[in-house]
Design a protein around this ligand. Structure first.
Ligand code: ATP
Ligand code: MG
Length: 229
């Protein structure tokens, strides 16, 4: 497209405060190329979720402070924004409905699209093993799934919209190490096809990241590959 070669995400001298006099992000600058996998780590309160909230347009930012594929955040039409940016929240909300409905979310997707998304998220195998496969009810809030499996459903849900940018806020609660490995593999395989920004609480989750940003009190303290940090 016309935006080939432009960074998927460009952040330029971004300052942000929820309340005047209490800055949370200071002069943040960052460019993420299309298809790159960027991991974000940092201690609690360092501004990781705030950065994600700004990328999601929850709060306004000055024109030009954040651009996606060359367009200022505020100038992107809502429909386009929803199609381009997928979110895997920290505590995904699951419907008391089937695996299929939880991935589809009322978009009327076909089985092929749902299964492609589930396979990309590495959720297909555990869903297929449920007694009614994709039609198995997942219970109130996904009560019959583990935290990790809920995250895989949430990744499949986000990928089913075929986003260009995937934002992921890793679950803080315990994820069994096998599921964590699966999330790692899924993110690694998506590299090059989807731009990924993943907040991680464990460095292992973002082992495959092209770049890891360490936030410290709202500033980028370090940036580099997994081996360099
Ligand atoms: P964690 O690892 O605990 O999730 P974080 O890196 O995501 O932390 P943020 O949630 O971005 O950190 O918070 C950064 C700072 O902004 C903290 O000092 C926090 O108290 C403050 N903060 C976060 N959300 C709000 C809000 N809605 N209103 C006011 N201050 C907020
Ligand atoms: Mg947070």
């Amino acid at each position: 497209g016309a935006d080939a070669g432009l960074p998927a995400v460009a952040i330029r001298h971004l300052d942000f405060a929820y309340q005047e006099g209490h800055p949370v992000l200071h002069d943040l600058s960052l460019e993420i190329a299309q298809g790159d996998f960027c991991g974000i780590v940092g201690h609690t309160g360092s501004g990781k979720s705030t950065l994600l909230s700004l990328l999601l347009r929850f709060y306004p930012v000055p024109a030009g402070a954040i651009t996606l594929h060359g367009m200022a955040l505020a100038d992107i039409a809502n429909e386009r924004f929803r199609a381009d940016v997928g979110l895997v929240p920290q505590d995904p909300f699951l419907l008391a409905a089937s695996a299929r409905e939880n991935i589809d979310m009322g978009r009327g997707l076909g089985q092929a699209e749902i299964e492609t998304a589930a396979r990309a998220a590495h959720a297909h195998d555990f869903i297929a093993a449920l007694e009614q496969g994709y039609d198995t009810p997942l219970g109130e809030g996904g009560s019959r799934l583990s935290v990790g499996q809920k995250q895989l459903i949430a990744i499949a849900r986000a990928l089913a919209g075929r986003p260009r940018i995937l934002l992921l806020d890793e679950a803080t609660s315990h994820i069994d190490s096998q599921t964590e490995q699966i999330v790692q593999t899924a993110l690694d395989e998506l590299r090059g096809r989807v731009t990924i920004i993943a907040i991680a609480h464990r460095l292992s989750t973002i082992r495959a990241a092209d770049r890891i940003i360490v936030l410290n009190h709202g500033r980028i303290a370090e940036s580099g590959g997994h081996e360099q940090l």
